[in-house]
Ligand binder design. Structure first.
Ligand code: NAD
Length: 259
């Protein structure tokens, strides 16, 4: 299928690895020029070089922490007048409710709620002025079914989801389409870290922790960054015009919602 976005320009945050890289890859494959961001310059440069070579698209890199105001300013300046914005950042650490104080919540909100809101606020006005834009926020399956040990993530994602529910309906008439993509368990550094955490807490190996988690997913497998990127690119495509303000689960059927 032709996604109809060849020649458009996208900012993909936190995209040197994992799900962000999956999104950047699928957009590059569709002929979209990229602004790629991540904290560490080395992995970012090597991911960008790989995509330039494979897909021949223009890529600007900007190494910065997207959770900070300085990082956001640098990324927004590099992004200029992008047509597409994919918001992403690393997720907060797991724990239990009594572990977390105000500072922990502020960090989680900065990374997973306030950063994407700042980027939407800065970049959507130009999309609206041109009458076309696409925004995808990477959130989590925990939006539909909160995960007890991810209380910081549950809280920040819920805030972003509420913001998008209203804002997506306010910008739709300007041709700007915002949706959230909710990953279930995908094979990335993040899922490996969560497996190690489970293994440490349960006195089992990380492989056993993974096998236990895979058994909870109807597909019997983790998702991949490629699966995730393909859906992201579709939501950024011309065909997504009528999909507005949705929270789309990619979780192999793990979250069993009747409606
Ligand atoms: P990952 O740890 O594999 O990749 C993180 C990427 O983000 C790296 O490129 C890293 O450099 C970059 N990054 C992290 N924090 C950043 C920051 N503050 N500023 C700039 N770049 C930053 O993570 P992932 O598995 O791809 O997950 C992406 C998001 O999806 C996270 O918020 C995660 O919590 C969420 N999520 C992931 C899964 C999963 O199974 N992988 C499931 C549910 C939710």
């Amino acid at each position: 299928m032709d996604l109809g976005i060849k020649g458009k320009r996208a900012l993909v945050c936190a995209s040197s690895k994992g799900l962000g890289l999956g999104c950047a890859t699928a957009l590059a494959e569709a002929g979209v020029d990229l602004v790629m961001n991540a904290r560490g310059a080395d992995a970012l440069e090597s991911a960008a070089a790989d995509l330039r070579e494979r897909f021949g698209v223009d890529i600007v890199t900007i190494a910065a922490d997207i959770a900070t105001p300085e990082g956001q300013r640098a990324v927004i300046e590099a992004a200029g007048d992008v047509d597409i914005l994919v918001n992403n950042a690393g997720g907060p650490p797991p724990g239990i409710w009594s572990d977390w104080d105000r500072e922990d919540f502020i960090k989680a909100l900065d990374a997973n709620m306030l950063a994407p809101i700042a980027l939407m606020s800065a970049l959507m006005p130009k999309m609206a002025a041109r009458g076309w834009g696409r925004v995808v926020n990477i959130t989590s399956q925990s939006v539909k079914a909160p995960i007890p040990q991810l209380g910081l993530s549950n809280a920040a994602r819920a805030g972003l989801t509420g913001y998008v529910a209203g804002t997506s309906r306010q910008v739709a008439a300007d041709g700007v389409v915002i949706n959230n993509l909710l990953p279930g368990i995908h094979e990335t550094a993040r899922s490996a870290a969560l497996d190690r955490n489970t293994a440490d807490n349960s006195n089992i190996t990380p492989d056993q922790a993974r096998a236990q988690r895979e058994a909870t997913i109807p597909t019997g497998t983790y998702g991949t960054a490629e699966d995730f990127g393909a859906m992201c690119a579709f939501l950024c495509s011309q065909h997504a015009r009528f999909i507005v303000g949705q929270n789309i689960l990619l979780d192999g059927g793990a979250t069993n919602l009747s409606l």
